[in-house]
Write a protein that binds this ligand. Sequence first.
Ligand code: FES
Ligand code: MG
Length: 577
Amino acid sequence: MAMKKTPETLRSARWFAPDDLRSSGHRSRTMQMGYAPEEWTGKPVIAILNTWSDANPCHAHFKHRVEDVKRGVLQAGGFPLELPALSLSESYVKPTTMLYRNMLAMEVEELLRSHPADGAVLMGGCDKTTPGLVMGAVSAGLPMVYLPAGPMLRGNYRGKALGSGSDAWKFWDERRAGNLSTDEWVEVEAGIARSYGHCMTMGTASTMTAIAEALGLTLPGASSIPAADSNHIRMSSAVGRRIVEMVWEDLVPSKILTGAAVGNAVAVAMATGCSTNAIVHLVAMARRAGVDLTMDDLDHAGRTTPVLANIRPTGDTYLMEDFYYAGGLRALMAKLSSRLDLSVLTVSGQTLGETLEGAKCFNDDVIRSLDNPVFQEGSLAVVKGNLAPTGAVIKPAACDPRLHQHQGPALVFDSYPEMKAAIDDENLDVTPDHVLVLRGAGPQGGPGMPEWGMLPMPKVLLKKGYRDMLRLSDARMSGTSYGACVLHVSPESHVGGPLALLKTGDMVRLDLKARRIDMLVDDDEIERRRSAWRKPADKAGRGYGWMFAKHVGQADTGADFDFLETRFGLSAPEPDI
Ligand code: FES
Ligand code: MG
């Protein structure tokens, strides 16, 4: 281990070392907690940012798992300080955790800046916690390791494996179609989430933790370990030991999060058949690291990267527990290695290539090879056109292929409640060729881009046996969702993007091959509508929502706050005193 730091040059020494009254106060107050000076003097102080809360079932084990991280920190001669951070529970937070991803990022950056931290362990996993923690920690710039919560155990309903999210939607549609009793539904509720840990489909959580690992921010193999597996406990203490070494080595995120690492993460994301949400978060994390990642780069990766992870919802059988037993992300990255830059550094101190040595696959159906992929391409596609000038996202592999080329009349809704009321109306005038449209649900309009983009199928169509139709919105959808949903339409309707000008009855055309999404309306008519359009009022008149709508960027640029973006201005100063 190359020692770059000494006890005197530790950042925390600014708090604890000087012989002055202020530092005396810091020392005295540390002793107030029962610590003797020899427990922290000259040692790396490790901030453990824990997103545990009673309202986050995905992170329930973090309440105790943090003790394993502390154990590791102590073993390696560090001094652990647990700092709770916003929990961002996907299970409860309304209207959407995405409204608060940037709040978590801000909190992380400021927690690290304002406390005597030399290094950080980031404990997250539930969807937005990964990008929120990483974005903030990248901006803070201290050595850090990401500790993923791990997926929950696979669900179980009458002996059949249930997948988080995906099977909830599927069984709910069957219930709406009259094929499932209330008692049976309650059994599904009880069986679909039966241990702590994040969603165990390849939804946003599993995608984002895989991305964190591919970026080099986790210990090798960490993202695939199920939360309830004792390997997860051992990995947690290993994280505690490793972060202390990283502080001495001064292994800061800028040495890890390079353009090449972002390229690896994009390739891995596509090979996992990733959640559409990954697009927004990848762009936001890359931009924090000063790496420009465009929608065109992502479309190119989607076209050229085969899907190797045969995990639901893109795959049709397996779940994250199977993925782990098959060798996990290291096995996947080994199979994808010809598409990766193996020379990049990871938090382990080894190159990515070194961390993949000896990686084995134990089930070639769960983790496919490049010559036998689940899909040759199609994890994600970016479409543009007169409806989405700067881009929209669709997951071709998760929709009915008949809709890849499609033209049909729009049925437009301006709010979720309006759509919800219509969708169950048995007299709704809708055909399978219609294009359901929801707008006003983008970053500023939502606000926060709620996961409303998998618009529910109209009841009349469900009863006739239809399970998919083309849907279009400036919202996001859950990573566990599926269907022909064109999402993240940018610019969003709330800021006057062309989606705002669409009317019920206009023809909409999706041409996936040409990567186009258009309304078949004359340019003159579009211009007429544009001059008559008035910007709707922001929903929040005060508080965080008000600030959010004023400062959030569009989906294609990662929906970060303008003032948090790396290129916004001078870097924030270290505390003066
Ligand atoms: Fe937490 Fe799905 S609800 S990851
Ligand atoms: Mg989700």
